[in-house]
Every structure is written in structure tokens, then in C-alpha cells.
Design a protein around this ligand. Structure first.
Ligand code: TPP
Length: 514
């Protein structure tokens, strides 16, 4: 057994059975070790940002880490933007990064760099395993660290000689994961007082955005009149018919300030106080009004589920019925393509238990209200804001949940960052319908240009905000990577093609011309 074998088998023993990989020479013994264990599913990605983004999507849907396999510092570097998003989504991930042999590094070979420094930005556990004897123990520690609340990234760096040399160490047993801390009673009491005071909101994130804890939040809302709010971008929200409604804080700063202006009390559950995505001249950074009292019931690492149960007891809310959303999808519209029309088609056809990955940016602004009464589904957005999240996260979600349809709502500019995801979808026959909104622009940035006070965009500025010339042909882009694709120019065509994609199996892309 090599050091690489010991590492891979320990990962399996600790419950990590999926690896999103893009290997190089220094990882060949890891590839060989993956090959020797049938129970590890290895998925090749043609860009590291796809591998790390897929690990994010996988973690969001399973609560468990996948591993990635990345090539030295440059491979990890290519994966960093998606790791940034995963870090913000609190997704557990175990990165395995190959490194030059221990005796080779001092000669400064071309691919040598400070991998630990690159890893530390987003990883709370980083270790270079200098001896094959230590690979199993390190792997078990890496998994435990990733699963530690609130969900973290571990990076294990494996020098080539630690991978290929004989390992005497046995396969390490899983390392226990520390439990989430409980909210102190004093905070539960303070939250109860705040909700009793009126003009209050519960701001929810993380594990409390699942159907069952949302029932408890719905009871709290029914008993106290508090509103239920979620940040603009969340890792995963269970919503739709039969579920308790949570309103999303708008992205556009003026809309967000207006939405929250009346609040006098906010209680945070696994959430942070809402902050604007960017600084804007003469606008506040924090979105809650200045006089609003802000209390933390449970911080993102603590046990929010336990905290809301105790709060419900204290408020006498357990006997209240939560308001649940009715099943009432819109009817299918026809005619020319409009954004409300596209949202209505998606809402009308969304299948039960679909996993929606939403990186639709400006084309999707009407999607959440439109799908409110569609059958129950999951909605995954981008808490990190580094674009290129949609298709990789869809890959990871599809690998994690083979029985469920993934609907990836993808804008064109963002889609180009991680366009290689389509190839992995085809190779793995993943059940993903990609709706590609082609507006040939970085449309959102046109609004931001004005909002930050940059004036009126001249021709040169517009050239940086529009992505036509040449026009991207997504039917060709998808087809060239093995994903069947069509272009639609009316709502009727869109509805027919989307219904077909949802009825079938495997990846499909529908390019919608905006
Ligand atoms: C990694 C990264 N690079 C650049 C940006 C800046 N950025 C934010 S939105 C955006 C353009 C989005 O365009 P598109 O995906 O086509 O959506 P649209 O605005 O047209 O709806 C850019 C470049 C970012 N957020 N993240």
C-alpha cells in the first residue's frame, strides 16, 4: 500500500466517496490509488474551478464533503474563485493538492510555488504531509476539520514521494466531529422579547433554511407577527408549495434599504447582519436601519435548529400552525420573450423536488416570486458572488442527487467562466437542464456603473460591459462538448423545449435569446 492508497482508503473510511479531479504528473499515484478502489467515484473536470465548484454543489446537497484532486499551486489557484464561493456557502470540502517530491522542491522546478499560502485564504485546515506514514492520519483529520461547524474547507498537500512510497500506517479511523454549540438561554430570552416587541424579523441562513426548521420559524412568525427573511444569496433554500415562505433581501441597494426600513428588531439565526454587496457613494454599508436592534440567537457555527425550537417553546408558539404556500403554479404564457414570461414558463413547468441552481443574474430577477407556488424544490444561489458558480454547482448537485432533476438557470457572461462544466455534464450523463440566458451583455454592470456614480457609459465603457462582437453561439458551445442544445426565440418554443428537457434524462441546454 502506497501513501496515496492509505490516503484514499482513509477518505472512504471517513465517508468521502466522491472526488472531483483534474490531475497532473505529481498526482499520478493518487490517480492510481483512486483506480484501485471501486467505491470512490472520480469525476474529471477540465478546469479546476469546475472541480471545486462541483464539490461546493455536492456539499450543499449532501452535507458531506467531496474531495477535489488538484495539480500543485496553479491547479489550486485555478480553483480558488469557486472555493471562495464554497467558503461563503459554508460547504465542507477536502482538497487534495499534489506537490513536488520533498527532495525535488529545493531545486525550484517550474511548477513550484507556496501552495500552503494559496490554500490558507479559504482553508481552515492546511497540512503538507511530508511522510507516507502520515497520509492516513492527515486524511482523517482533514475530513473531520471540514465537517466541523459551520462547514469548512481543508487542504491536504501531498508531495509525490509521500504518495508513491510504501505506507506502513494503517487506515485511520474517522476523527470525531465537534458538535455545534448551543445558544445560551439569555440569548433565547432576548430573542423572545425582541419578537414580542413587534416590527421584528428573523433573518435566517444555513441549516434553518430547510423545510422542517422553516416549519418552526413559521410557527414563530404566526405567534409573534415577525417576518422571515433570508440574505440575497443563500447556499440552499427549500421552498415552494407546502413550505413556509421566506422573503429574500433584494440585491439592489435602494430596494434592500426600502424593504428593511420599517424594522425595529432583527434576530439572526445562523446568519450575519445583512450588508450591501458593495460600497456606493452616500449609501450605508449595513442594510438594517440605524435604529434597528440586532440580536444574534445563533451564529453560523451554532445550533440554530435547537435555538429556534427553544425560542418556540419560550414564546408559546409550538401550538401555532405555520402559513404554508399553496400549490398554484402560473399558466403557460405565449408570445415574444420577456423576462416575466420566461419566469412564468419556468414556474409552470418546474418539477417536484427539482434542484434549481440560480446564476441567472439580471435575467432571473422575477424568478423567485414566479416560482413561489410551484411544487416543492430547492433553490441554490451564490453567497460568495464570484461568478461562474452556476454550472459547476449544478454538476456537483447532480452527482450528489442522482434521482433528482437539476435545473441550472445560467446567464451567459457568468457561464463563460466555467464553460467546461458542460463537458463533465455530458461525460457523466448528468440529469441537468441548463437554461442559458443570452443577453450578450454584462447587463448588471450597466446598472452598477450608474449606481457607483461613474456617470453615463461612453462607447469605450460600454465595450467593457457588452459581450457581443463576436456573438457567443451557445448551441455550438454546448454541442461541441457533447451536450444537445437548441436556441429558442419565443415563449412557446421555450416551453416546448423546457418540457422536453425536463421529461428526458441527461444534460440538455436551451439557449434563450433575450
Ligand atoms: C470572479 C468574478 N469576476 C467578475 C465579477 C464581476 N461581475 C459581476 S456580474 C458580472 C457580469 C455578469 O454578466 P452575466 O452573467 O451575463 O449576467 P447579466 O448581468 O447579463 O444578467 C461581472 C463581470 C464577479 N462578480 N466575479
Amino acid at each position: 500500500m502506497t501513501g496515496a492508497d492509505a490516503l484514499v482508503r482513509t477518505l472512504l473510511a471517513s465517508g468521502v466517496d466522491t472526488c472531483f479531479a483534474n490531475p497532473g504528473t505529481s498526482e499520478m499515484h493518487l490517480v492510481a490509488a483512486l483506480d484501485r478502489v471501486e467505491t470512490m467515484r472520480s469525476v474529471l473536470a477540465l478546469f479546476e474551478g469546475v472541480a471545486t465548484g462541483a464539490a461546493d454543489g455536492y456539499a450543499r446537497m449532501t452535507g458531506r464533503p467531496a474531495s477535489t484532486l488538484l495539480h500543485l499551486g496553479p491547479g489550486l489557484g485555478n480553483g480558488l474563485a469557486s472555493l471562495h464561493n464554497a467558503h461563503r456557502a459554508l460547504s465542507p470540502i477536502v482538497n487534495i493538492v499534489g506537490e513536488h517530491g520533498t527532495y525535488h522542491r529545493r531545486f525550484d522546478p517550474p511548477l513550484y510555488t507556496d501552495i500552503e499560502a494559496l490554500a490558507r485564504v479559504y482553508s481552515s485546515w492546511v497540512k503538507t504531509v511530508e511522510s507516507p506514514r502520515d497520509t492516513s492520519e492527515a486524511a482523517a483529520a482533514a475530513v473531520s476539520a471540514a465537517l466541523s461547524p459551520p462547514g469548512r474547507i481543508s487542504t491536504l498537500i501531498l508531495p509525490a514521494d509521500s504518495a508513491w512510497s510504501e505506507s506502513t500506517g494503517p487506515i485511520a479511523a474517522p476523527v470525531p466531529v465537534p458538535p455545534r454549540g448551543k445558544a445560551q438561554d439569555v440569548r433565547v430570552r432576548a430573542a423572545a422579547d425582541a419578537l414580542r416587541g413587534g416590527k421584528a424579523a428573523l433573518i435566517l441562513n444555513g441549516p434553518v433554511l430547510r423545510a422542517s426548521p422553516l416549519e418552526t420559524c413559521g410557527r414563530l412568525a404566526a405567534a409573534s407577527g415577525a417576518e422571515l427573511l433570508a440574505p440575497t444569496q443563500v447556499p440552499r433554500l427549500e421552498r415552494g408549495a407546502g413550505r413556509v415562505f421566506v422573503d429574500r433581501i433584494p440585491y439592489v441597494i435602494d430596494s434592500a434599504l426600502k424593504r428593511l426600513a420599517h424594522l425595529e428588531r432583527a434576530v439572526l439565526v445562523n446568519a450575519k447582519a445583512p450588508v450591501a454587496f458593495f460600497a456606493y457613494p452616500d449609501k450605508p454599508s449595513l442594510l438594517l436601519p440605524s435604529g434597528c436592534e440586532v440580536l444574534t440567537l445563533a451564529d453560523p457555527s451554532e445550533d440554530g435548529l435547537d435555538a429556534i425550537e427553544r425560542l418556540a417553546e419560550m414564546l408559546g408558539a409550538t401550538g401555532f400552525e405555520p402559513a404554508r404556500e399553496p400549490l398554484a403554479p402560473p399558466s403557460l404564457p405565449t408570445g415574444a420573450i420577456t423576462l416575466p414570461g420566461l419566469a412564468a414558463v419556468i414556474a409552470a413547468l418546474l418539477p417536484e423536488h427539482a434542484i434549481v441552481v440560480d446564476e441567472s443574474i439580471t435575467s432571473g430577477r422575477g424568478l423567485l416570486p414566479a416560482t413561489r407556488h410551484s411544487p416543492p424544490h430547492d433553490w441554490l444561489t451564490n453567497p460568495g458572488g464570484a461568478i461562474g458558480m452556476g454550472m459547476p454547482v449544478a454538476v456537483g448537485a447532480a452527482v450528489a442527487c442522482p434521482g433528482r432533476k437539476v435545473v441550472c438557470l445560467q446567464s451567459d457572461g457568468s457561464g463563460m467562466y466555467t464553460v467546461q462544466s458542460l463537458w463533465t455534464m455530458a461525460r457523466e450523463a448528468l440529469d441537468i437542464a441548463v437554461v442559458l440566458f443570452n443577453n450578450r451583455a454584462y447587463e448588471i454592470l450597466k446598472g452598477e456603473f450608474t449606481h457607483v456614480g461613474a456617470g453615463v457609459a461612453g462607447a469605450g465603457a460600454l465595450d467593457m460591459l457588452e459581450i457581443g462582437r463576436p456573438d457567443l453561439d451557445w448551441v455550438a458551445i454546448a454541442g461541441a462538448q457533447g451536450v444537445p442544445a437548441v436556441r429558442v426565440e419565443t415563449l412557446g418554443d421555450f416551453a416546448r423545449q423546457l418540457a422536453g428537457a425536463l421529461a428526458g434524462q441527461g444534460p440538455r441546454l436551451i439557449e434563450v435569446m433575450i
